[in-house]
Design a protein. Structure first.
Length: 129
């Protein structure tokens, strides 16, 4: 009975050792041979967070919020902090530029609309002979 209960966990461990590619291959084979099996494997991969595990989760693990763990090299850590700060400032400046650009475009379009409306109103009020 214990071997029957342990074979699913052994299979999961075996697939985990081979990486996400093994899970994807199993899912594709499941879809090919009997689609509900493939769907069940996909659901399990999403539910157990195996679908999204990988480089992203390793990166998130190294970060705590916006603060990064120290690499042990003070000069590199200072350079990294300055670079991140500079990139954040550039991103803020760019977002502000895009906002001003959109506002300018919106104002131009609105002014053009009001001018056309004014012309249409003036032309409709002129008596026709």
């Amino acid at each position: 009975m214990s071997s029957a209960a342990s074979w699913p966990s052994a299979a999961v461990n075996w697939l985990d050792e081979r990486g996400k590619g093994a899970w994807i291959a199993l899912m594709v084979l499941g879809f090919i041979f009997f689609w509900p099996v493939g769907l069940a494997i996909l659901g399990y991969m999403i539910w157990s967070n195996r679908m999204f595990a990988g480089k992203k989760s390793k990166f998130v693990g190294k970060c705590s919020g916006f603060g990064f763990k120290s690499s042990g090299n003070v000069a590199f850590d200072n350079y990294k902090a300055q670079t991140i700060r500079r990139l954040e400032e550039e991103q803020d400046a760019f977002n502000e530029f895009v906002k001003r650009l959109r506002e300018s475009k919106d104002k131009t379009q609105f002014d053009q609309f009001m001018e056309e409306r004014k012309r249409n109103a003036a032309s409709s009020q002129q008596p026709t002979e």
